[in-house]
Design a protein around this ligand. Structure first.
Ligand code: ATP
Ligand code: MG
Length: 431
């Protein structure tokens, strides 16, 4: 007998016997009638046991089933408008494959609410909730779409090292590890390697991989281990990669709307496909909005969270903040030739949340060395990287897009931890 998912039961199955596997989500014992709601990964189905109809031993056995036990049911499908999905199953066989202990550390049926910390401590149970599982079914679709889209655009997928000897951008946000007799670090970004691959002649590469940032502070948008979607592209500028990025975002929304109707419903989310091109505002304009609302930020500095919240009030959909001060961006961002204090850089925003950062890159050796020095970094620690610029480096540009930030903004999640199966933050290393 073929196994059926709850969502696959149809009129064709009425009066036929089917096999179901799942979890005992809810059990209601009304004396002469027992309802078991079986939950599988596609939804719910009601298993109905009228005392007068099912064999005595099955009825007695069902009375003892504990919530969240793994069960197998073989039974006959009947139409039942009052049941979820419109069908019920009258069992000929019920078997507990693995019994769940009592009490549960977390209520999967959500009759008792739980704090995020408790939920994350027992994440495997939390993930059983359709509403939570939906986030990861949608995340899967988004990542699949991104891979397909970039492959169709001629990008090839690469993997670069996550154990490295120097910081990508300097700074202190690094996790040191011991690497035999040396100190090494977990990489904070694939930046230097993506650029090396431009010198290698691949022209278009992408990577979907973890980045590690030793950010001390706890915020709702920072993780210490995140997944970054990175591209690098030759013979183009910042505008070229911004076009790729906005088309990609719009396509990801389209794919989710088309393929994830059920999961959007579980997550309680309605999506509109964003129109391209996205609006572009200059850093100076963004600064003006923030200053107009009482945020006193000196020109040249990064925009604070408070400032971004104020700007986000005016611009609530997707938009780019472009033309950042060169001093506010990493050394590899290309300054405008006629106005070197401004760089060919951008952030992709949704409301107040930064989703991606990108730029045309400096591809001239001398300028790069100068920029590294200006950023108080030592060119000697960039040996392998700098060599790539000496023997034929094409002009190029790229960006890094945070996968969790994208999912967070798409589904309106209040905390980025909701978009990760097993988040890593300042406090959390387990599970
Ligand atoms: P922020 O200013 O929000 O801390 P950033 O400018 O330091 O981010 P980038 O170095 O520009 O981050 O990284 C590119 C993208 O990677 C970001 O736009 C974001 O989507 C994602 N990202 C970076 N750091 C984190 C983090 N700690 N947690 C989650 N996502 C991150
Ligand atoms: Mg950034």
């Amino acid at each position: 007998m073929l196994r059926k998912y709850s969502s696959d039961i149809s009129d064709d199955d009425v009066d036929r016997e089917i096999l179901l596997y799942g979890w005992a989500h809810e059990i209601r014992d009304l004396g002469g009638l027992i309802f078991i709601v079986l939950r599988d990964r596609e939804g719910f189905v009601q298993v109905t046991l009228p005392k007068k109809v099912v064999p005595k031993d099955i009825f007695k056995y069902a009375k003892k089933i504990k919530r969240e036990s793994v069960i197998k049911v073989v039974g006959v499908v009947k139409k039942e408008p009052k049941a979820p999905g419109g069908f019920e199953v009258i069992p000929n066989v019920i078997e507990v494959l693995n019994e769940a202990e009592v009490p549960l550390p977390l209520d999967v049926a959500e009759k008792v609410p739980a704090e995020l910390d408790t939920r994350l401590d027992h994440r495997y149970l939390d993930l059983r909730k359709p509403r939570i599982q939906a986030i990861f079914r949608i995340r899967h679709t988004v990542l699949q779409c991104i891979r397909n889209f970039l492959c169709d655009e001629g990008f090839i997928e690469v993997n670069t090292p996550k154990i490295v000897s120097t910081a990508t951008e300097g700074g202190t946000e690094l996790f040191p590890i011991s690497y035999f007799e040396r100190e090494a670090f977990l990489n904070q970004s694939p930046q230097l390697y993506k650029q090396a691959l431009m010198a290698a002649g691949f022209e278009r590469v992408f990577e979907v991989a973890p980045i590690f940032r030793a950010e001390e502070h706890n915020t709702v948008r920072h993780l210490n281990e995140a997944i970054s979607i990175d591209i690098e592209m030759s013979f183009t500028d910042h505008e070229g990669v911004m076009n790729v990025l906005e088309k990609l975002i719009s396509k990801a929304y389209e794919d989710v709307v088309e393929n994830c109707e059920k999961y959007l419903d579980w997550a309680g989310v309605k999506l509109d496909i964003p129109e391209v091109p996205f609006e572009r505002i200059k850093y100076d304009e963004a600064l003006e909005i923030a200053r107009g609302k009482g945020e006193d930020i000196p020109w040249g500095e990064d925009l604070t969270t408070a400032a971004l919240k104020k700007i986000g009030e005016e611009m609530n959909d997707f938009y780019y903040i472009v033309d950042w001060p060169t001093e506010s961006k990493p050394f590899y961002a290309m300054p405008y030739e006629n106005e070197p204090e401004i760089s060919k850089s951008f952030d992709l925003m949704k409301g107040w949340l930064e989703l991606a950062s990108g730029a045309q890159r400096v591809h001239k050796y001398d300028l790069l060395v100068e920029r590294i020095k200006q950023c108080d970094l030592n060119p000697e620690s960039f040996g392998f990287y700098l060599e790539c610029f000496k023997y034929g480096m094409p002009p190029h540009a790229g960006w890094g897009l945070g996968a969790e930030r994208l999912i967070m903004s798409m589904l309106g999640l209040k905390n980025i931890r909701e978009a990760v199966l097993f988040p890593r933050d300042r406090q959390r290393l387990i599970p």
